[in-house]
Ligand binder design. Sequence first.
Ligand SMILES: Cc1ncc(C[n+]2csc(CCOP(=O)(O)OP(=O)(O)O)c2C)c(N)n1
Ligand SMILES: [Mg+2]
Length: 330
Amino acid sequence: MMTSLERRNALKGNELAWYERMLEIREFERRTNELFAAGLIRGTTHLCVGQEALDIGLATTLNPDDVLAATYRSHGVALAFGLSSHSVMAEIMGKATGCAGGVGGSMHMCDSTVGLLPTSAIIGGGMPIAVGAALAFQVQKKKNVGVALFGDAATNIGAFHESLNLAAIWKLPVIFVIDNNVYGEYTRIDLSTPIEDLHLRAASYAMPSIKVDGMDVYAVQASMQEAVDRARRGDGPTLVEAKTYRFSGHSRADQALYRPAGELEHWQKRDPILLTEQALIKKGILDQAKIEAMKTKIVNLVDSAITQAQADPEPSAKDMFSNVFKEMRK
Ligand SMILES: Cc1ncc(C[n+]2csc(CCOP(=O)(O)OP(=O)(O)O)c2C)c(N)n1
Ligand SMILES: [Mg+2]
């Protein structure tokens, strides 16, 4: 069994591994959806299908000692950051072997060995946390960065504006990444937000911003690298807006019937997995035989992770009360 850190490091400079991890995220989400639909998992879940390039772009430009505060739509982030399909699935199933001991569930991914702070269901909640982490790095004179990943709708919440303001004024090593997937729950962005290009909001805080094609892993890496370099140099924060699309509904039971006809199909032509596949074929490092072999490998990997998680024990009732307060030394 590889550790999260080993699985994270396996992505370094290895384009085939990026593609394979994207396939793993896609297959993982397909099975998660199936298990919820069959009533085999309780609670709810938010799939990240269509956003795999963003997940891999973040994992390959940040270092494991940088930190990321992300949202409830983070199975893909967790897998990209190195957590195993078993660890993530066991958490979703509420098993003691899950990354949060089974007491968090689908919305609460975390692993401090790879810098994944606990993901949050509170819209905008990760931004002040990333700012706080960046302040700590600045005070400690460390070269690390704090990153907040959040949705388009989260840019309308107070915490977004307060976080950008403070980060700008103190030149904190923090990167704000908007995953603009066009929808906030069941509402299309044009019904909730007066501008389409959300990175423009950085101007109010005299902060540099970048708009990037969130379906293109190379483009995500290039813009993240620019932002990371700026932060590590001590030149302060950046707002990155990744244009992407939520291929699934908002959460478990949502069929997304409110979408205009043809919109999903339009974005599916720019499926991040398809784009990566085409790029790698063009470079001569991927072919049909390899694609088929990888897909079979991934289907089996995710399937055995599920089988293993299903057989795992649930946490005990007293685990509800552990890790609530920091244990003090007597
Ligand atoms: C503080 C707060 N307000 C409202 C909600 C309810 N809520 C859950 S998801 C969501 C929409 C978020 O959309 P976006 O930020 O675009 O992220 P996405 O779901 O598209 O990834 C809202 C309003 C919440 N979870 N937290
Ligand atoms: Mg959204």
